[in-house]
Design a protein around this ligand. Structure first.
Ligand code: AMP
Ligand code: GLY
Length: 427
């Protein structure tokens, strides 16, 4: 099979790393890819938001399957354009991708179909006064979310009316989220541990990947600003078998059915961001794609043919027989550039990767590039240093990942020192 993978981050490097194991893979193209994926396939320099250019490439190369990594091309309708031209795609349609791109759609769907999530109310920018009135008598904390995509930054947790009013002003008046903030959702604050569960689905049948926990805040002990994710581990011991069963019954099955019922069958990876509350698991957010960095921790723990799994989902006939969790464990630590998630410098030489010869360490590239044949930093999140153990021992996986990241050197390197410590407290 000839496969085109869309994206250029650590998530796509991890997807490519699994795809190349497939006996059915003939050629892997990564659009546009990064220096890590260049070692696994052929990087192709096309704009991921140029649907027509990608379609032409797929036709010319007779691509059998397109796997779409990031949300932007999904929300830009790439899968619809490809499917309309008989190209098979792993990734939801534009209308199903609204589960991520329109919080009001996702919340409305959950309310209509009784899927557990925080209670909420929505307002649009012409309803500023009504929103203020609501916030004046609300109980706190409240969570204010921009309706549209905001690169993981569209959520403001407010402890008081004063903070909520400031948040409302910044969204509706100062337009900090642009058009994504034309509508907002105000929801109750949920208390508990967060976990991520990914369902690979053809719209009806699904296969659950091992559970994971992300670390969204920039600082140790979950302090400081929200980021795209500073590290992840898998499996998450807090996600017990009982919780998984509950999530399947109360969240995944009803959500897939709801989407189908609304005329937007979801094909791809349904990302369930959950809060495990004392009242059971509740949905914090859905995403319409694999999560990053969780994917870097989760995919190395699969045995079997990942390409077959994605292809079977794409053709609407999911086959789970050839794939399973291998019983192992994994910790991914993000090596970032100091200053991220705000401003940071790029172009610093990266060294040390070649010194890590441990087969239980995989280095995924996120923000790197080659400059005069040398690897340099090219983003906020630079590398995902990932330990992959064949047994389920998060402590050993954590120690191994931290030993490895000490060997990576670049100016302004920053990483959290407590990735996966949460898992160890639970045991
Ligand atoms: P989201 O982009 O919706 O995943 O939100 C980003 C982060 O904000 C989540 O990972 C949570 O840590 C936090 N968050 C979002 N919604 C809530 C909520 N209702 N209660 C508590 N924390 C939340
Ligand atoms: N790890 C969070 C996300 O992928 O949205």
């Amino acid at each position: 099979m000839k496969v085109a993978l869309i994206g250029s981050g650590g998530r796509e490097h991890a997807i490519a790393y699994k795809l190349i194991d497939s006996k059915n893979l003939e050629n892997l193209f990564i659009i546009p890819g990064n220096p890590g994926t260049a070692k696994l396939g052929t990087n192709v320099d096309l704009n991921i938001n140029d649907n027509q250019a990608i379609l032409e490439f797929c036709k010319k190369m007779q691509i059998d399957l397109v796997v779409i990594g990031p949300e932007n091309p999904l929300v830009n309708g790439l899968s619809d354009v490809l499917r309309a031209n008989s190209v098979k795609v792993f990734g939801p349609s534009l209308s199903a991708a609204r589960i991520e791109s329109e919080k009001t759609f996702a919340k409305g769907l959950m309310k209509k179909y009784g899927i557990p999530t925080a209670d909420y109310i929505e307002f649009n920018s012409t309803q500023y006064n009504a929103a203020i009135e609501f916030l004046q008598t609300a109980s706190y904390p409240k969570v204010i979310k921009a309706d549209g995509l905001a690169a993981g930054k569209g959520v403001i947790i407010c402890d008081s009316f004063g903070l909520a009013q400031a948040a409302l002003d910044s969204i509706f008046k100062d337009k900090i989220f642009g058009k994504s903030g034309d509508k907002i959702v105000i929801e109750d604050f949920l208390v508990g541990e967060e976990a991520s569960i990914f369902a690979i689905t053809d719209g009806e049948k699904y296969f659950l990947l091992p559970s994971a926990q992300d670390h969204k805040r920039i600082g140790d002990n979950d302090t400081g600003k929200n980021t795209g994710g500073m590290g992840a581990y898998s499996p998450a011991p807090i996600v017990t078998k009982k919780i998984i069963e509950q999530v399947e019954k109360e969240i995944i099955v009803p959500t897939l059915n709801a989407l189908k019922n609304e005329g937007c069958v979801f094909t791809g990876c349904l990302y369930c961001g959950l809060m495990l509350t004392s009242d059971g698991p509740k949905v914090v957010e859905f995403n319409c794609r694999f999560g990053d960095p969780e994917t870097q921790a989760v995919l190395p723990l699969l045995n079997g043919d990942f390409l077959d799994l994605l292809y079977s989902a794409a053709i609407g006939s999911l086959s789970r027989d050839s794939i399973q969790y291998n019983g192992g464990s994994s910790v991914c630590i993000i090596a970032a550039s100091k200053g991220y998630p705000d401003t940071y410098y790029t172009g610093y030489r990266i060294s040390g990767i070649e010194e890590i010869e441990d087969p239980e360490i995989v280095i995924f590239h996120s923000g790197t590039k080659l400059q005069a044949n040398r690897l340099v930093t090219n983003g906020g999140r630079v590398l995902g240093v990932t330990s992959v153990l064949s047994n389920n021992d998060i402590l050993a996986a954590q120690q191994k990942a931290y030993r490895a990241i000490q060997k990576i050197k670049f100016t302004d390197i920053y990483f959290r020192t407590d990735i996966a410590s949460k898992a160890l407290k639970i045991k």
